[in-house]
Design a protein around this ligand. Structure first.
Ligand code: HEC
Length: 186
């Protein structure tokens, strides 16, 4: 009887510390998103104000990858991904694809994308994703009625574009963050 109790207690002991670490890592990852998101939004808004939506597409094209790189401060890498992509460089890897497909299923079941996130340890890395919903200002470039001149600019910069036709509130993609685990992994 005593032996059984000891064995039953083992998994709890073994996982107690990592579980706490993972919760901290999740908080840390989630905390990096607002500044990244704000800078992307600010860049688009400013470009729209200065030169209209066509110029804003060009600004996104030029600046989105740089903004992601700027917010990727050691040890974190920050980016965006989606199942229907505009920039093929944002292609999801196997774990990201699985999470995005799960987000899609949860959306079909009635869950709001704004509430969805996921985390895991994959091949020695901590991974975190947070769903991105299609908001009102996104429709000009990702919606169902994109102006002809905007669509033409998108086509020019992204000949393979699959990221239009979204409706308000729909899952557009996700923020994706990763960092190598060294000291935190047992
Ligand atoms: C002015 C046009 C424009 C607006 C407005 C816009 N986007 Fe984009 N979006 C783009 C372009 C261009 C890219 C490709 C950026 C790159 O090259 O990395 C992109 C890429 C993305 C990506 C990365 C995945 C992919 O498909 O490459 C996500 C996610 C995304 N947009 C979501 C949004 C959301 C959510 C909003 C509203 C808050 C929004 N976008 C508003 C033009 C726009």
């Amino acid at each position: 009887m005593r032996l059984i109790l000891v064995l039953a207690a083992l998994p709890t002991l073994a996982w107690a510390a990592p579980a706490a670490d993972l919760a901290n890592l999740e908080r840390e990852a989630a905390g990096l998103i607002p500044a990244f998101q704000q800078q992307l939004m600010q860049t688009v808004k400013q470009a729209v104000a200065e030169g209209g939506p066509v110029q804003a597409v060009q600004a996104c094209h030029l600046l989105a990858p740089t903004i992601a790189a700027e917010h990727s401060q050691q040890p974190w890498t920050v980016g965006r991904t989606a199942l229907r992509l505009r920039n093929p460089d944002n292609q999801p890897d196997a774990w990201e694809r699985q999470v995005l497909e799960d987000f899609l299923l949860r959306q079909s079941a009635g869950e709001e994308p704004t509430q969805m996130s996921a985390s895991a340890v994959v091949d020695g890395e901590f991974r975190y994703m947070k769903a991105i919903a299609t908001g009102e200002p996104c429709l000009a470039c990702h919606g169902q009625a994109i102006k002809a001149e905007v669509a033409a600019q998108i086509k020019q910069d992204y000949p393979e574009d699959q990221a239009s036709g979204f409706s308000l509130g729909e899952l557009r993609g996700a923020f994706t963050l990763r960092r190598t685990l060294t000291e935190a992994t047992p």
